[in-house]
Design a protein around this ligand. Structure first.
Ligand SMILES: Nc1ncnc2c1ncn2[C@@H]1O[C@H](COP(=O)(O)OP(=O)(O)OP(=O)(O)O)[C@@H](O)[C@H]1O
Ligand SMILES: [Mg+2]
Ligand SMILES: [Zn+2]
Length: 384
């Protein structure tokens, strides 16, 4: 079941050919999660298999039970099982008779398009977590050392380094009677968020305030010699976010941008290669614990070009040794699956059954499956 994954496999999607990444093999020996007797809502005592370290796509017409199976049964119960293990209790199951293999999972996470953070003080640099390394870098310059500036000095959230007029926000709120407040760039720091003394410290001729105004693409070049900062920036670039400004307030990011930033944050944590065999030695707990990601229709609202970028991140998460479960109506995503669980055959009372669960090529041969028929045609047209 082990497959050597080159650390930097480049995926290229040309004119929608599929799959962009060779399908990961699944046989009887592939470690898997088995949901047994799922019966929540319309589900009819179904047994579903989710192979670990693979990309699973849950398909089916509207109302067939996809969200019920993937979120209310799989996600919720796995989360419960992880907590139970931490508290040294036996897991209890809800909406299913049980899940075998749950002990192989260290972490479970839903990734959606909801905004990251409510505070405008969060931004891509702080959320992904490379901002601390940038502050340390500035504190190491000879100018900072001469002045006795520690990394804390380069915080725009607290402390002596930030602009006192806007308290590091870079903008000031103007109160308008009877109208919502208006935000204008801070006159004191001209939006740079720090006070003049802090801004006088430069690294490669730029101040820490300038860095927050750089976009990802510029920052990749600027931090070229600093792998710990460059690596997450390159990830952002690789998912098409090279245009984002490092200091853009998180609440202003679009849903699709927020979703990809969440995925990049996860990728930045993953240690490719190291966890490649996670399915063989899973459930170790700790930071590199095997993670199951669940995404419910992540392509909603995305342009086709952005769907391709999303697919690329999902593959990278799997290549890093994680398990990804995606509910999707999008054919381009179906065609990338290692494993498809097709629910139905219809919605509501006519659904709740598993019509097929197999790799896409096998589901495509199943004439009872609506998904199979459509997928078969699509794969014949677009297969690599
Ligand atoms: N809280 C609930 N109480 C009762 N029935 C529910 C509940 N949630 C969902 N259902 C029913 O269970 C069935 C499956 O719903 P589910 O949300 O899993 O469908 P789905 O496949 O995700 O559909 P869609 O593609 O539209 O999101 C539907 O008939 C739905 O009406
Ligand atoms: Mg749903
Ligand atoms: Zn200011």
């Amino acid at each position: 079941m082990d497959r050597a994954v080159p650390a930097h496999r480049t995926l290229s999607i040309t004119r929608g050919r599929h799959p962009v990444s060779p399908r990961r093999p699944i046989d009887d020996a592939t470690p898997s999660l088995h949901v047994i007797g799922a019966h929540r809502h319309s589900l009819r005592e179904v047994d579903a298999r989710f192979p670990l370290g693979r990309l699973t796509v849950v398909t089916g017409v509207s109302g067939s039970g996809k969200s019920t199976l993937a979120r209310e049964v799989l996600l919720a119960n796995l989360a419960g099982a992880v907590t139970a293990r931490r508290e040294r209790r036996a897991p209890s199951w809800d909406g299913a008779r049980g899940i075998t293999g749950a002990d192989l999972v260290g972490r479970v996470l839903e990734v959606d398009q909801t905004p990251i953070g409510k505070t405008p003080r969060s931004c891509p640099a702080t959320y992904i977590g490379f901002w601390d390394a940038i502050r340390r870098l500035f504190a190491e310059t000879s100018e900072a050392r001469m002045r006795g500036y520690a990394p804390a000095r380069f915080s725009f959230n607290t402390g002596d380094g930030r602009c006192p007029a806007c308290e590091g926000a870079g903008v000031q709120r103007v109160e308008m009677s009877f109208l919502p407040d208006v935000k204008v760039p801070c006159e004191s720091c001209r939006g740079l968020r720090f006070n003049p003394a802090t801004l006088s410290v430069t690294f490669k001729e730029r101040s820490i305030g300038d860095v927050l105004q750089m976009n990802v693409e510029q920052a990749v070049e600027y931090f070229a010699a600093h792998p710990s900062i460059r690596a997450p920036l390159e990830l952002l670039e690789s998912v098409g976010l090279g245009y984002l400004t490092l200091g853009q307030p998180s609440p202003t990011l679009s849903g699709g941008e927020a979703q990809r930033i969440k995925l990049v944050t996860e990728l930045a944590k993953a240690r490719v290669g190291d966890v490649r065999d996670a399915a063989r030695r899973p459930g170790r707990g700790g930071a590199d614990a095997h993670t199951v990601y669940v995404l419910d229709e992540p392509t909603v609202g995305l342009h086709m070009a952005d769907v391709e970028k999303l697919i690329r991140v999902l593959h990278r998460l799997v290549d890093a040794g994680n398990t990804v479960v995606v509910i999707e109506h999008n054919l381009d995503v179906w065609a990338e699956a290692d494993w498809i669980i097709d629910l139905g055959p219809e919605g509501g009372d006519g659904g709740g059954r598993i019509v097929a669960q197999a790799p896409p090529e096998v589901v495509a041969l199943d004439s009872r499956s609506h998904t199979g028929r459509i997928l078969g045609e699509f794969l014949r047209e677009r297969s690599n």
